[in-house]
Write a protein that binds this ligand. Sequence first.
Ligand SMILES: *Cc1c(COP(=O)(O)O)cnc(C)c1O
Length: 398
Amino acid sequence: MSSDLALDTALQHTGLAPFDPHTDAAPVAVPIMRTSTVRFRNLDALDRAQADKADPEKRSVTYGRSGMDTHAALEQVFCQLESATQALLAPSGMAAITLGLLALLDSGDHVLIADSAYGPVRYLEKTVLRRMGIQATFCAPTPEEMARHLQDNTRMVYVESPGSLLMQMLDMPALAEFGRQHNLLLVTDNTWGSGYIYRPLELGFDVSIVAGTKYVAGHSDLMLGAVMSTDPAINKRLHDNHYALGFSISADDAWLALRGARTLPIRMRESAANALAVCQFLDSRPEVSRIYHPAWPQDPGHALWQRDCTGSNGMLSVQLRLNNAQARVFVDALTLFGIGFSWGGFESLVQLVDTSFLGGHSYWEQSQDSLVRLHIGLESTKDLCADLAQAFEKAAQA
Ligand SMILES: *Cc1c(COP(=O)(O)O)cnc(C)c1O
């Protein structure tokens, strides 16, 4: 795909089905190619495919685990989104993170992990990495703080920008510079940007990981992860480990994600505009002490967001002058926000964040306030704000 096309255009013209050589026709929607098994016309054809398998760029398939045309089309879309040369699919965002860490770290290595990264990464560290002899330090995601925790065996910086729960924007080019100075692999969780509004590989990172479960799939109906890079040596290592670990996703899920990706631009733009409208409403409320959303001008990360991002999305957190019991009444009173984890779908969601968990986040300033995370979906903001207003009234009466 020509690189001077706008991403919105390229997204509609990537991963298309090829023309049939006999009919010169092709389906506009790539078919769902379900198969566990690949058959070959003769042994020479099989031998050629086997020989090509060592080269990730050839995407040679001899068996269904790595998927055929539907998977390949979705991989091309992820490459397009992230400016990557390789994308590997995983059965969930968490599986993609696991692949990135296990493929690129050896026993005896040390990794610096942003203390604002997705919570379950701490569980992965405790349950798996430690047992594999991989050491980790969770610290504030700035070059200065990370430099203080460098060890002789430090191999990787793992971050997420903006960070989970508090949407802390990181200075990615500065972190990339720090990583290069110390010969560290730079890995980031880019689920927030999903390649569309934030492109860490262009900002100097080596590996970008996306939970396709969220905005790429976009309809809250499947689990998916992807790991992207441009570096040939990293690509080879990710590719070989992906194969060895046996990760596989169904062609149906690949097809649904591909379908979702075609409308990613309009869904993300609409959620982002709706989120800003909700921020404006929240800002007018006496219960609100702080809004966490990088596109909101008062957010401390706003300048970094303006410099490094091309858009925003529907994620925001709001700090409320409510005690825990009042915050529970507030959340329970909402009728248009589903109480649930996840985000990036068509619908609005709410989550009451356990602030004791935020003790490990250097960005959190200790407070008696409550923290509520919202995902703003595609509903009318007039209805969403009315719903929030009536829930505030109920919380005040509690
Ligand atoms: C949801 C999420 C993940 C994990 O994705 P799953 O598909 O749910 O495993 C990883 N990182 C971030 C930032 C997420 O929000």
